[in-house]
Design a protein around this ligand. Structure first.
Ligand SMILES: Nc1nc2c(c(=O)[nH]1)N[C@H]1C(S)=C(S)[C@@H](COP(=O)(O)O)O[C@H]1N2
Ligand SMILES: [Mo]
Length: 316
């Protein structure tokens, strides 16, 4: 596919001003019905268990209060369905996440095409409650259901030459109408270094809150990399490719000085246009104080070693 030529000065990156202002209006208006759960105390009870309930509790969980389901599924970034936070929930019904095949190839001994339902076997799935920190300054706590990314990647037997893994979203403007607009180079692409991809924290989600993944959260299969900013967690994946070179990734192509390849959550490295020192936990209420952002989003104990000897200001 041809890359579009980007005019960065025109681009407003992850939060275009109209989006931000639209959101402020929404908040000031006391929120639409679906987002009412932003108010403190709302949404305390988990929703009734869905078809994927009963997955075993996986490692690395947090016991922080879950973000209400209405927010997890109603306040999204998924530019394939629009740039407003409410757009994905309103528009993603056109996605059609079944049947769905995923191709895994590149520098591997056993390339594989699999049907996503081969992965959605409730008895083999885990639930993991992870924090998700968006580069825009908000965070959520989400009960994902899925499998360790390494479990899938090992099946294709990566070659010694493989150094990175590239993940690509579906490209189909009929099903993803946002792809008719040049807000990002389509399809959305993200990537990890091989050791990051094989780390036991890296997760492939097929569900949340006990249910199969809602379209707006990246059905039927999305990455979750909890120690990195949310934009690394690419949605609706159709292709996983092992590469020798660092992949070109969407936000990094658009604005390389603002969105690095590594994108590790780091309160000491500000975004050029705002501080990353604090975050607002969605669902806590508008007037609760913002929390300090933690290095690697609180997962430093698990992942800091991956970056030993690196200058994380340089490789942000
Ligand atoms: N294909 C695709 N994946 C994407 C995005 C996107 O626009 N398109 N947005 C990213 C960003 S910026 C964030 S914060 C998370 C949001 O995930 P959520 O909506 O499930 O909370 O998805 C990421 N994955
Ligand atoms: Mo994000």
């Amino acid at each position: 596919m041809q890359r579009v030529t980007w005019k960065n000065e025109r681009m407003s990156a992850v939060t275009p001003r109209p989006v931000y202002e639209g959101r402020r209006r929404l908040l000031q208006a006391g929120l639409g019905a679906g987002l009412a759960a932003l108010l403190p105390g709302a949404g305390k009870a988990a929703a009734p268990p869905g078809p994927l309930a009963g997955a075993e509790r996986g490692p690395f969980g947090t016991d922080e209060k879950l973000t209400p389901r209405e927010l997890v599924t109603g306040y999204n970034n998924f530019y394939e369905f629009g740039t407003d936070k409410a757009d994905p929930a309103a528009n993603a019904h056109t996605l059609r996440p079944r049947p769905w095949q995923v191709r895994i190839d590149g520098a591997v001994a056993q390339p594989l095409t699999l049907d996503v339902d081969d992965l959605v076997q409730p008895r083999r799935l885990q639930e993991r409650v992870y924090r998700l920190r968006c580069v825009e300054g908000w965070s959520m706590v989400i009960p994902w259901i899925g499998l360790p990314l390494a479990d899938l990647l090992r099946r294709v037997e990566p070659l010694g030459s493989a150094k990175f893994v590239e993940f690509t979203t579906l490209h189909d403007p009929d099903r993803m109408p946002g792809q008719r607009r040049d807000v990002l180079p389509w399809p959305y692409v993200e990537g990890l270094r091989l050791d990051e991809a094989m780390h036991p924290l890296a997760f492939l989600a097929v569900g949340l809150y006990g249910d199969v993944l809602p379209n707006q959260n990246g059905a039927p299969l999305r990455l979750v990399v909890p120690w990195k900013y949310g934009f690394k967690s690419v949605k609706s994946i159709v292709h996983i490719r092992f590469t020798e070179q660092q992949p070109a990734t969407s936000w990094n192509i658009v604005a390389p000085r603002e969105y690095g390849f590594y994108a590790n959550v780091n309160p000491q490295v500000d975004h050029p246009r705002w501080s990353q020192a604090r975050e607002r936990r969605l669902g806590e209420g508008l007037f609760s104080p913002r929390r300090p952002t933690l290095p690697f989003n609180g997962y430093a104990e698990q992942v800091a070693g991956l970056y030993a000897g690196m200058d994380l200001r340089q490789d942000f």
